[in-house]
Structure formats: structure tokens, C-alpha cells
Design a protein around this ligand. Structure first.
Ligand code: GCW
Length: 678
């Protein structure tokens, strides 16, 4: 009996070892979601990487090989068909595809090369997730939104504004072609077809001959993957770079300067996409400097780009220092311009009226503008949701956005969608393994805004780590809960912008030094006082609610999740809610760390350990957030912690002397509190 047991143990050990060998290959996170789908190559093409594909046909050939080598028997004989002539294919449009199981052989069909490319990547995804069509079945797909664009806030010196994943892959050092190839492949695999290579806080030097040449080099590598390059431009370029006395959009010399510059760009980049502009916002120059409107500024650039089919993405992120309510600003400034923008201008609007907070209502402009093209701007980089440390599956936030847009009676069929990238030269691309999900999710949701966060989480986890249900199920739950957890422990019930003054990682609801403009300080937003807290945005206050049409207005006015966003509410109502949400957030974050610990056998050692540190840190940060906010607001509410609410681990006094330190804060520190004064 004993011997039998030993033999059985050995057999089962061998079975587990061989089953997991494939899954537990060493990994440093660089392979992204190519880890299980393309085990033979990862994100590159293996030994072939030195030869960059020059045409889309060459890319298709490489991808076809990679797909066939991926090990799925159904894909062994995959046939590709480019059936331009068949009228039923034409309904797939320029980028759609269908994947058909013809008696055991997978056929990928499209009306264009681009469609075929997306079809091959889709087949890879379906294979990795066990969802390839069965005999006789067809899966058809095409994008809802035609332009799916990443915005890189990369500076020419190689730093990245609000980047938490190292330095730029485009600027500040010689371009590494292999990295750009991998970047192209990753983007194409999730349907991203455009990229803005530089920061919206743009240097006029972006348009120097030398930098245009660099952009052209990147464009050359991205082109065969169906990705167009765009650039952010500084509105004062004609003055600073061109030496003209003005950048007034109505000045004929200025207009000529832009036309000549655009001509140069198209000579270097024949399929250049167009310009992205941040104007008269946070100190950037703009048409307002010459008493011209946003429309006059945008139209001047649009006219220069028009002959080449280029577009202008003109940002609506504007707010003045002395405004009584920052949330009202963009609407007040852009509504009078409705109908004045040229056809090739798209107004790019952040999802919410404030600034990429963990939760905000959607920007009222999306309902207000009727005769203007609009595109939502999402933030993929986690400036306000835990940087590259906290896990926060942003698909949940974007799902909420699209749902609210539809609830408010508007359409989610935008001509374009932008996402501020979370990519740098860090080995994991995104600064951590788990935050890669948001790059993936952005591509998938830009393609199809009706997708669910759950589907995205599941398919990403299966391609990135392991297809084992024991892993996928609990981790899908973690991802799907993660954004709400971040809201709970950072800014529940409508709190917003209570971040630290010098970074947007930790809490400083008390931050209000003299001389700092008030809308850059938390008290402007939370308005905690003896009678209660919250920003009155009803008719008795700033009347921001009036910018929303029904029925979304009533939804927002009555939602618990926006209580102190729209109302100044009494402590009797606010305090118990605040406590229960912060407590819940801490529990959730601790739960994530626990679940991850149980995932050890499914994940390679390197990624397991790296991510474990992140989850542990997230749980500690959740305590820090909770204690800082509750202890601070308690100085106004003067109410005790409710029964069952745990005792704080930090002292307010300590927290007020330290900002949540970014790097040098470990589990041991928390037990040594109070930490010595710096
Ligand atoms: O979210 C804020 C950021 C700025 C950023 C700005 C913007 C690029 O804190 O760093 O600048 O928004 O979107 O323009």
C-alpha cells in the first residue's frame, strides 16, 4: 500500500511537473499577452527579429507562420483568404475579418490586407482562450470606432510626463528598431491603429527637421502593422521655431508657415495622421493669446492638413485659475463654438470634466455638442489610480463611461478614441505585469466599446499568464473588483482630487499651501466644514448639474457614488458612508494580495514575486489612504468610527508629515510607526 502510494505520488508529481512546465516558462513580463498564445516567440519573431517586415504582406506572412507554429491543431492548416471581390466581405469594411471553421480547417477571410492582419491576431487570441469556431461556425468582427489612438506624453529628452514605466521608447536616445517592432505588433494585435509620439505639452522643437526625421523612422516600422503616426504640436511653433513675430491663427504668414511645415511632414511621412493640440490649457500657448477662439486655432491647422486628409485632434481640457467650478469650464468654453469646427477637426474630450479621477461623471460636453466631431480621451497610464503599483482594471471605468453616455441618450460610435499610454522602456513595458492589462483593454474597448471588463480580463489573463481555470477564475474576480476597490480606498461617494500636492499617488486632503491656485488644492474639491462636506453643484451652488440632460442628470443627482461630487451633504449622512467605503476598500486590497499568494503555482517565479510586492504594497497603501482620509475628515465631523470599523494603523500627525513615499516604503515600516520625523 505504501509503495503504491509512493508510485502514485511520483506519477502525479511527474504529471504536474510536465503540465506546468509549458506554463511556467521563465518570464520577465516583456512578452505581454503573447506569452501563452505564441510560446515559441513571445512578442518578437525569435531569431528573425533583425529583419523588419517592410510591407503589410510581409507582416501577414510572418504572423501566419507564428500562428501555425503556436501549437493549436486547428491552426496547423489555417488558410488565409483575401476575398475583395465577394460582396459579403465588403460589409466587413476596411478592417473587419471573419474566421470560419471549414470542416476542421480554420479560414481567415477579409476584404483587405489590414482586415486579414487583424483576423490573424484574433485567431491567435481565440486559440489561446479556447474559443476558435467549431466546425461550420464563423466568427465575424469589425471595429465600431475607426481611429484607435494611443497618446504618448513623451518628452523629447526621453522623460515621460505621468509615466511610471521608465523612459520613452521614441525620444532621448537612439531608437531601438526591435522595440518599435514589438510595440507595433502588440498594438496591432489589439487593433490600435494610431499613435501620437510626443507629449501634449509639446516642445516647438518637435517640428524641427531632425525630429520629423526620427518620427518618419518610427512611422516606417509601424506602417506595415497598419499604424499611423501623429504628432502633438505647440501652438506657438511659428514664433519659437519659425522666428515669426506672432502665432496668430488669422495672420497670413502664420498660416503659410503651417502649410509649409505640413508639406515637409508629408514628404517625410506620406501617411501622416495629423496633429494633437493642447492649447490655452495649463500654461500652453493657444489662439486665446491673440483673442481668437479654439475653433479659429483648430481650423487654421485643419486647413493646412486637409489636402493630405490629415486631422486635428483639439483637446477640450481647459480650466481657468479663478473659476468658481472647474467642472463647468470646458462646457462653457466649447458649447458656443458648436458647429464652427472644420470637418477634419475632432474635439478630444477627457472622459470626465475634472481630470482622470478614480471616478467622475462623464463630461457634459459629450451630450451638449451636436454639430462637432468628438472623441473621448481615456488615461491608460495610472496617474490617479496607483501608478504602476496598484492593480486597477480600467476597463470597468470605461465600461461605466460608455454606459452613461448611452443612458444619457448619446451614441458611443465615435470617429476616434484616444488613450494616454502607460508604456516606457521598462522590461514589462508598463512598469508592472498587472498594469499591462490596461494597454490591452484600451485596444479592445476602442475596437468594441460594448465589451465587458470580465471578458477582457479573462482573455488577457489567459494570454498573459495561464489558461488554468484555477488561475483565471479568481484573478478575473480580482481584476473586475479592482477599480471599485481603488475608488473605495481612495475617493468613494464622489470625492475627487484629494491627492498629494507634489504627486498624484497618495492622499493629502489637507494640502492647501498659501500661493497655490485654489483649484490645485483638495479643499477646493471636498469642501469639508463643520456642517458637512462636498461640492454643491446643484442650482444652489455652481449648477453644474444643469449642464447634463435628463435622464442622466437625475441619475447623477441621486447616485450615492456621486453624493459629495454634486452635493454638500451633512455629516450625519456622509460619515457612516465614508467609513464603510474606506473600510471595504482596505479589505478588498488585502483580499487581492491574499488571492495572489494562492496563485504561486500557476505563475513563473519572476513575475509571481514581482507582482506579489505590488499587491502587498497596494494593500498597505489602502490603509494609508483610508487612515489619512478618515482621520482628517474626522477633525470636521467630530464623529466616532462606527462599530466594527477597525482602529487606524497610522496617526494623522505622522501622515501629515510624510507624503506616501514612493520607493522606500516596506511592510516592516508599517509596524514601526510612528516613523521618525524627517
Ligand atoms: O492630468 C493632468 C496631468 C498633466 C497633464 C494634463 C493634461 C500632460 O496632471 O500632467 O499634462 O492633465 O492632460 O494636459
Amino acid at each position: 500500500m505504501k509503495r503504491l502510494l509512493t508510485i502514485l505520488t511520483i506519477i502525479s508529481f511527474l504529471l504536474t511537473a510536465s503540465a506546468s512546465m509549458n506554463v511556467l516558462r521563465a518570464a520577465d513580463g516583456h512578452s505581454l499577452w503573447f506569452y501563452t498564445a505564441y510560446p515559441q516567440y513571445g512578442i518578437g519573431y525569435g531569431t528573425d527579429d533583425s529583419v523588419l517586415p517592410k510591407t503589410m504582406q510581409e507582416v501577414i506572412d510572418k504572423e501566419y507562420d507564428a500562428l501555425q507554429n503556436s501549437g493549436d491543431p486547428l491552426l496547423k492548416d489555417a488558410k488565409l483568404n483575401l476575398w475583395r471581390v465577394f460582396s459579403e466581405m465588403i460589409t466587413l469594411g476596411e478592417e473587419g475579418y471573419d474566421i470560419y471553421n471549414n470542416n476542421g480547417t480554420i479560414q481567415i477571410e477579409a476584404a483587405t490586407e489590414k482586415g486579414l492582419l487583424y483576423g490573424i491576431f484574433a485567431a491567435g487570441r481565440l486559440s489561446a482562450t479556447g474559443k476558435l469556431p467549431k466546425k461550420g461556425e464563423t466568427i465575424q468582427d469589425k471595429p465600431i470606432c475607426p481611429l484607435r489612438i494611443l497618446n504618448h506624453w513623451d518628452n523629447l529628452n526621453g522623460t515621460i510626463e505621468r509615466g511610471f514605466a521608465g523612459r520613452s521608447i521614441f525620444w532621448g536616445k537612439p531608437i531601438d528598431d526591435k522595440t518599435i517592432l514589438e510595440y507595433a505588433r502588440a498594438n496591432a494585435s489589439v487593433g490600435i491603429n494610431g499613435t501620437v509620439l510626443n507629449n501634449v505639452n509639446s516642445s516647438p522643437q518637435m517640428l524641427s527637421d531632425e525630429n520629423i526625421k526620427k518620427a518618419a523612422h518610427v512611422a516606417k516600422i509601424l506602417r506595415p502593422y497598419g499604424i499611423k503616426v501623429y504628432l502633438s504640436v505647440n501652438f506657438a511653433s511659428p514664433k519659437v521655431l519659425g522666428g515669426l513675430p506672432t502665432a496668430d491663427p488669422l495672420d497670413p504668414d502664420v498660416r503659410e508657415w503651417w502649410k509649409a511645415k505640413v508639406k515637409d511632414i508629408y514628404e517625410a511621412i506620406p501617411d501622416f495622421g495629423g496633429f494633437l493640440v493642447k492649447a490655452n490649457s495649463e500654461g500652453q500657448p493657444g489662439p486665446g493669446d491673440y483673442k481668437r477662439t479654439h475653433a479659429q486655432g483648430a481650423n487654421m491647422l485643419a486647413e493646412a492638413l486637409d489636402p493630405y486628409d490629415g486631422i486635428v485632434m483639439w483637446r477640450a481640457f481647459v480650466y481657468a485659475a479663478d473659476s468658481p467650478d472647474r467642472a463647468n469650464q470646458a462646457y462653457d468654453e466649447f458649447m458656443p463654438l458648436d458647429g464652427q469646427f472644420r470637418d477634419n477637426v475632432i474635439v478630444q474630450i477627457k472622459n470626465g470634466p475634472i481630470d482622470f479621477q478614480p471616478r467622475e461623471p462623464v463630461s457634459p460636453l459629450f451630450f451638449g455638442l451636436k454639430k462637432t466631431k468628438m472623441m473621448p480621451e481615456f488615461q491608460v497610464t495610472q496617474e490617479y489610480t496607483g501608478e504602476s503599483i496598484h492593480t486597477c482594471h480600467l476597463a470597468s471605468m470605461w465600461r461605466e463611461f460608455f454606459d452613461d453616455i448611452q443612458y444619457g441618450g448619446a451614441s458611443i460610435k465615435y470617429p476616434a478614441i484616444a488613450g494616454v499610454a502607460n508604456i516606457g522602456d521598462s522590461p514589462t513595458w508598463c512598469g508592472s505585469d498587472m498594469t499591462q492589462v490596461n494597454w490591452y483593454a484600451f485596444g479592445r474597448m476602442a475596437w468594441n466599446p460594448t465589451l465587458s471588463p470580465k471578458q477582457i480580463a479573462e482573455e488577457w489573463l489567459m494570454q498573459t499568464f495561464s489558461t488554468d481555470r484555477g488561475f483565471v477564475k479568481p484573478m478575473t474576480k480580482v481584476l473586475c473588483e479592482s477599480r471599485e476597490a481603488v475608488v473605495n480606498y481612495m475617493m468613494p461617494i464622489g470625492l475627487h482630487h484629494i491627492f498629494a500636492g507634489n504627486h498624484h499617488y497618495g492622499p493629502e486632503p489637507w494640502y492647501a499651501p498659501r500661493g497655490v491656485r485654489s483649484d490645485w488644492t483638495p479643499p477646493y474639491y471636498h469642501k469639508a466644514a463643520a456642517d458637512g462636506m462636498g461640492f454643491d453643484r446643484t442650482a444652489t451652488g455652481s449648477d453644474n448639474l444643469a449642464q447634463y440632460p435628463e435622464p442622466i442628470r437625475t441619475k447623477y443627482a441621486t447616485a450615492e457614488q456621486y453624493l459629495v461630487y454634486f452635493h454638500h451633504a451633512p455629516w450625519s449622512e456622509v460619515w457612516p458612508l465614508l467609513c464603510s467605503h474606506y473600510d471595504k476598500g482596505v479589505k478588498q486590497a488585502e483580499g487581492f494580495a491574499r488571492t495572489w499568494t494562492e496563485m504561486e503555482r500557476y505563475v513563473d517565479a519572476e513575475r509571481f514575486a514581482a507582482q506579489k510586492r505590488k499587491f502587498d504594497r497596494q494593500a498597505m497603501d489602502a490603509w494609508w489612504w483610508r487612515d489619512a482620509c478618515l482621520l482628517y475628515f474626522q477633525t470636521f465631523s467630530n464623529m466616532p468610527f462606527p462599530k466594527g470599523s477597525p482602529a487606524p494603523r497610522f496617526r494623522l500627525d505622522d501622515l501629515q508629515h510624510y507624503t506616501l513615499r514612493m520607493d522606500n516604503y516596506t511592510a516592516a515600516d508599517i509596524d514601526r510607526l510612528p516613523v521618525p520625523r524627517q
